[in-house]
Write a protein that binds this ligand. Sequence first.
Ligand code: NAP
Ligand code: HSE
Length: 430
Amino acid sequence: MKEYPVIKVALLGLGTVGTGTYKVLQKQKEFMAEKIGAMVEVKYILVRNLEKAKAKVADPGVLTNDWNTIVQDPEIAIVIELMGGMEPARTCILEALRAGKHVVTANKDLVASDGEELLGAAGEHQCDLLYEAAVAGGIPIIRPLKQCLAGNNITEVMGIVNGTTNFILSRMSEDGMEFEDALKLASELGYAEADPTADIEGLDAGRKVAILASVAFNSRVTFADVYTEGITKITATDIRYAKELGCAIKLLGVARNTESGIEARVHPMLIDSKHPLASVSDCYNAVFVVGDAVQDTMFYGQGAGELPTASAVVGDVFDIVRNISSGCCGRIGCTCFKQLPIKTMEQIESKYFIRMQVEDRFGVLASVASVFGNNSVSIAQMLQRKVKGKDTAEIVLITDQVEERHFADSLKVFDGMSIIKEVSSVIRVY
Ligand code: NAP
Ligand code: HSE
């Protein structure tokens, strides 16, 4: 029987992803050695509450609440950080790297803000720092961008990278639910967090876009650089009109590498129903990548959850084990070698969907059109409905591509016009 080396690892955190990672590593034991040329042994699991964690592991002897024991143990080759949040995760990762240990993390918050420092420390100590699970859970996207697609100039990465909001928008679209009811259902089914703010306000997706843009365009983009807008103002009425116009409404993360700089933003968007992202529904995620050689590609799957996320974590661990065996750790470190400018929203061009309530009488439509005309906004499509029992008409317009600042100027004029009773919705169009 062939003897295989044993690589000892420490898990930090035994929550959803930590437990999933432990399970996947146990399940992989049978063929692990043949697959990656070594056995991975979990020597420690760092938890806060030892009693609570006992039921989750086969050998409670691995549980500890002492980080120093882990970082000072020369046998630990890989630290798997799955605690989440900024601290103590950041300190633990830096201390592990400085001690020559490789690190796997799923921590999007940390990578999106402090990625440069963490990858710098990994490079300095010739260690691997891998974070495949930080973006779109189980979907392989960081490794494809850094490796398989390295022969491309990537021009665009766009995706549905938040499962909770995609579930909510799917229920609104398919079942006609309003936002609040769909959010309630997402909470009841355990999809939405107790505090859903980071999901519904687009912050979780914004962190993923920062990481995707940095990797895709070889230039650092942090979470602070990403414009974020959530889905709380989207209504079932907007979705009905979008359908009438041949579109779906999705919360999209968009990163573009243009001649004048990088665009990095998250906001709801109307997207043509024929676009592959339009049919990504429920909790599923997908990332659409455009490269100058490969053209259009799409990566689709489960963007969150215990086992899908653990799949990405364990893939990273196995990759490092192979690197250790081949003596080539730190082979692919930080890939941000450019310093591209990042565009502000005022500099970005978009098409717009606008829904408004106006007085139902002659000349109103002409006035609306002239405000747009005076601000260099061209109208591409229009729908109009009489609002029952009221002297009001509902107008829905889609503009051509326009600079954000020109569209914003039109909105300011509408604000002071008595014939316009309300601007009910403004949504960008892909
Ligand atoms: P979670 O269920 O809240 O688990 C985090 C665990 O870490 C908890 O058990 C917590 O202990 C423990 N922990 C926190 N601080 C600790 C400390 N100082 N010492 C020891 N243990 C500590 O979170 P999760 O959903 O597994 O997420 C983990 C990471 O994966 C996050 O960075 C998250 O963004 C990322 N991620 C999650 C998903 C997903 O589907 N859940 C998908 C992609 C990425 P207590 O139980 O005592 O609080
Ligand atoms: N809360 C995220 C989502 C999962 O709903 O997709 C963790 O990234």
